[in-house]
Design a protein around this ligand. Structure first.
Ligand code: ZN
Length: 489
């Protein structure tokens, strides 16, 4: 199979041509959520980024196995192998079984992802369903001499591993720097070195989620699950591993080390990382209290939101930035995306209604080539979308009678927009979009005509009230000599 897709491989820090290890099969592993709370904007970005990759590879006729895990054990509150398990803490707080917490937030994650129109992964394994395999891999790593057991816990020996392997090759971190930087944090730890990480932790007496192993009753270290489940479902060598930039270190760096220490070979060919979402220029964090959960974005129920934004608006907003660039969430940006998406959908409606002529005066292939060049350039969706808008301008000029299109070109253009907008970018005209699109335009006209009547009857109080209320909903009304004009901000 020969495709022209180039992707940025974090491991080599450059764009490289994508070549599947075993075409037409492609294996993708993406780190999924730790399910201890409602999914927020930060979850939407990797889900949508890798959904577009999944969709595009399928469009290119690859047979893709997309694995995205659910972390339901072993992700501790702080990264230094200390503190409580995030799920256990939530379970205690809400007086629930840990698995009840897991089920509840897995359900809400699925609901949010469905709203965003992401395709379901081919396999969605849970860490808790792979405890045995995690114990086996830890044993293998001990047998190979890269991990040690102490007080019932097992730690990866980073220093030992570094003697024969390059620890830090993904993140670019240097072990010597890690040594100086982490020394000050070294409290009374049982680890040989502060940068060693847990493969197995002995459970404290109050720890609820625990399993038997030959070392202790305990639980696996968080990084281990992705090594285990990636290899189990995609093999010892697979194509793509993705996740958010926040997982690059230590999570993915540790994953590379574990897999190599266990099997002697590197597992992943291409590492891909999406950048993060900031809110009004600030990093999203619990301490800043600026987390916006997805469901609140969809309902508008958050003091930072001036209105509700539909799931498709959020999806379009995310696609309007390149996945490797930071993306700032603001009401202004979201409103612009809402408007842009409407313009795109309206343009597609106009395309479907275009009258055809015998000859075209427009060039279709040009747009097609530019669109695919953009997506092939490391999934450059913002450039792709700008080409789609160029096409919409052309469609509007045909509609206005300034240009002509023949039947063959029209059908080709319909197919291009359908393939790219709906199949590859995964945008969907939902009831909400249709409503805003058609019905609400009619409703606004109806209300404004009523206002016109009120003005004619010199009922200015009612006329002003209608205008003010519409202003509040984001409509700008301009009175004209013979009627009105309006637009949605
Ligand atoms: Zn992971």
């Amino acid at each position: 199979m020969n495709t022209n897709l180039y992707i940025y491989n974090t491991l080599v820090r450059k764009k490289v041509k994508f070549e599947a290890i075993n075409p037409p099969f492609v294996g993708i592993y993406v780190c999924g959520p730790t399910v201890y709370g409602d999914s927020h904007l930060g979850h939407a970005r990797p889900a949508i980024t890798f959904d577009v990759l999944f969709r595009y590879l399928k469009y290119l006729a690859y047979k893709v196995r997309y694995v995205r895990n659910i972390t339901d054990v072993g992700h501790l509150v702080n990264d230094a192998d200390e503190g409580e398990d995030k799920i256990v803490r939530k379970a205690k707080l809400e007086k629930l079984e840990p698995m009840e917490v897991v089920q509840q937030y897995t359900n809400s994650y699925h609901r949010d992802m469905e709203q965003l129109n992401t395709l379901k992964p081919s396999i969605e394994p849970h860490a808790s369903g792979h405890i045995l395999e995690q114990i086996e891999m830890a044993e293998q790593i001990i047998d190979n001499g890269f991990a040690y057991q102490i007080n019932g816990s097992v730690y990866f020996d980073v220093e030992k591993y570094s003697k024969t392997n390059e620890y830090g090759k993904l993140s670019g971190r240097v072990l010597e720097d890690l040594k100086t930087n982490t020394r000050s944090l070294d409290r009374q730890s049982e680890k040989k070195n502060p940068f060693d990480f847990a493969l197995w932790k002995k459970a404290a007496p109050e720890h609820i989620m625990r399993w038997n192993s030959k070392w202790s009753e305990g639980f696996p270290g968080w990084h281990l699950e992705c090594s285990v489940m990636g290899i189990k479902y995609l093999g010892k060598k697979f194509d793509i591993h993705g996740g958010g930039l926040d997982l690059l270190f230590p999570h993915h760096e540790c994953e590379i080390a574990q897999s190599k220490a266990a099997n002697g070979t590197d597992t992943v060919k291409y590492w891909m990382h999406n950048n993060l979402i900031t809110i009004d220029g600030q990093k999203m964090s619990k301490s800043l209290g600026n987390f916006i959960v997805l469901n609140d974005v969809f309902t508008g129920n958050n003091k930072r939101l001036e209105q509700a934004y539909s799931p498709q608006t959020v999806r379009f907003f995310i696609l309007q930035a390149h996945y490797r660039n930071p993306l700032d969430f603001s009401n202004k940006a979201l409103k612009a995306s809402e408007k842009g998406l409407m313009r795109l959908f309206n343009g597609i409606d106009t395309l479907n209604k275009l009258k055809t002529e015998k000859n075209s005066t427009v060039e279709i292939n040009n747009i097609k080539e530019k669109c695919f060049a953009a997506i092939n350039d490391d999934l450059n969706t913002p450039i792709l979308i700008s080409h789609l808008f160029d096409g919409i301008r052309m469609i509007n000029s045909i509609h206005a009678g300034k240009e002509k299109i023949n039947q063959k070109d029209k059908l080709e253009l319909i197919k291009l927009y359908s393939d790219i907008v709906f199949d590859i970018l995964g945008l969907k005209k939902t009831k909400q979009e249709k409503l805003t699109n058609n019905v609400s335009a009619e409703l606004v006209n109806l209300i404004l005509n009523t206002r016109l009547e009120a003005k004619k009857n010199r009922n200015f109080a009612t006329a002003d009230k209608i205008r003010n209320e519409l202003n509040k909903l984001g409509f700008v009304i301009k009175d004209k000599k013979d009627g009105f004009e309006w637009e949605k901000k």
